[in-house]
Design a protein around this ligand. Structure first.
Ligand code: IFM
Length: 449
């Protein structure tokens, strides 16, 4: 189990990115369109009206980014592969120039003494697959497994630790229910179909990756501690529904090979034998060698509407189909994106998820949006607090192997466009020149540099 995630006395560190958020160069070397290219062109979908074309151009500047990783002194670089660069139509013809690009990235990182870990799906679904139904259709899960094997065949000799999906909750529920992420659908309970097909895709890919000799197949989940604001029975019931859709819909299949009763109450779609076919959940059970946890903030179902500066509705409104309408409270302090800062949430999540799954964990993302520029003392405080929470979880018995900061570079923050800054390295919006922030230097020093 997870043979390439070394267990040692010390927590390992890394920095993460994702293809669509950093690469730019969306129309070169045969890349096909993705759902984010399409969605971002929808008026009003992205806050500043921009898209991946304005990203930091890591497609051409990857060697510079690899230098930044080397100088930082991290063990890991967590990157993602863009499906539309590898299989532009989603299935069928393979684009060798896309594979060549990731070859170069992997080699550049390895040459600098950093271990690359790959994520196969960080939300950039090829548009032709969406045109055929996207994650609402079963075929997409099979196309995903085929694509995963193409990538593994090319990179698997050097990349030993793979995640199938990044945050399938966002892909399914922000994408197909709340409509605030690509493909921007408000399909209500049909979003549970997307959730199931994402997990099926994970299971199919994991089975084939294991058969091909890969020993460290994981999945990255943005699980969240769900803390109801009162003991009011109606609120507790809603909070249980939120927990079911945020956490249990993924952990149930992975650990038990089943969807639990509370989940099926809010998501009756998952009882449909046409959707959840014999063998689907059995395939997913035990399929992960490790689990990635992305954590930013707790979820607090409450009786009152949130007041997020500049936001009329909480972004998660509409992302829990089948659950009675619930407000989400956000306590202070908050980061610029309006998310509460609460490191105890990470500690609790790590301890409970390890107890629930028994799996080795990595904090695959954690970080903060602040517009403080290169003197980002606020980000240092956030990171310090969450690294300490990770250490406390380890002391409490959670098998956490690594802490990976989100993110190396300021980048395209999805529906927020280029208005939120999570990077430990600033990127000039015009020249794309990189300038390490104080948080980068803080981490470098912490890692002995
Ligand atoms: O930028 C995202 C990333 O792509 C997925 N996890 C959350 C980050 C901050 O919103």
């Amino acid at each position: 189990m997870a043979r390439h995630l070394p267990l040692g006395p010390d927590l390992r560190f890394g920095a993460a990115t994702a293809s669509y958020q950093i690469e730019g160069a969306t129309d070169v070397d045969g890349r096909g369109p993705s759902i984010w290219d399409t969605f971002a062109r929808t008026p009003g979908a992205v806050r500043d009206g921009k898209d991946g074309r304005d990203a930091p151009d890591s497609y051409h500047r990857y060697a510079e980014d690899a230098d930044l990783l080397r100088d930082l002194g991290v063990d890991y670089y967590r990157f993602s592969v863009a499906w539309p660069r590898i299989v532009p139509q989603g299935r069928g013809r393979i684009e060798p120039r896309g594979l060549d690009y990731y070859d170069r990235v992997v080699d550049a990182v390895l040459e600098r003494g950093v271990t690359p870990t790959g994520t196969l799906y960080h939300w950039d679904l090829p548009q032709p697959l969406e045109d055929a139904g996207g994650w609402l259709t079963r075929d997409t899960a099979y196309a995903f497994a085929d694509y995963a094997m193409v990538v593994h065949e090319r990179l698997g000799d050097r990349v030993k630790v793979w995640a199938t999906h990044n945050e399938p909750w966002c892909a399914a529920y922000l994408g197909y229910s709340a409509g605030v992420h690509a493909p921007g659908l408000r399909a209500g309970g049909r979003a549970h179909r997307a959730a199931h097909h994402l997990m099926l895709g994970h299971g199919l890919a994991a089975e084939r990756l294991h058969a091909a000799g890969c020993e460290d197949v994981g999945i990255v989940l943005n699980l969240a501690p769900v803390w109801p604001e009162s003991r009011d029975p109606a609120l507790l019931e809603a909070a249980d529904g939120v927990d079911a859709i945020r956490n249990r819909v993924w952990l149930g299949p992975l650990v038990d090979g089943a969807y639990d009763e509370g989940l099926l109450k809010v998501a009756p779609e998952l009882s449909d034998p046409e959707l959840v076919r014999d063998g689907d959940l059995g395939l997913v059970r035990g399929s992960a060698d490790w689990l990635g946890i992305n954590y930013y903030t707790p979820v607090r179902p409450g009786p009152a509407a949130p007041t997020l500066p500049g936001r009329e509705t909480h972004p998660e409104t509409g992302a829990y189909p089948g659950v009675a309408p619930v407000a989400f409270l956000v306590r202070d302090p908050r980061t610029d994106i309006g998310w509460e800062v609460e490191p105890v949430g990470l500690e609790e999540l790590l301890v409970e998820t390890h107890a629930r799954t028994g799996l080795p964990l990595m904090v695959t993302e954690n970080g903060a949006a602040y517009s403080s520029g290169v003197e980002d003392e606020d980000r240092i405080a956030y990171l310090e607090g969450h690294v300490a929470a990770t250490e406390r979880a380890r002391v409490a018995g959670a098998d956490v192997r690594a802490y990976i900061v989100w993110t190396l570079l300021d980048n395209f923050e999805w529906a927020e466009g280029y208005t939120q800054f999570f990077g430990i390295v600033a990127v000039d919006p015009v020249t794309k020149d990189r300038t390490p922030k104080a948080s980068y230097h803080w981490l470098r020093q912490r890692l002995g540099g």
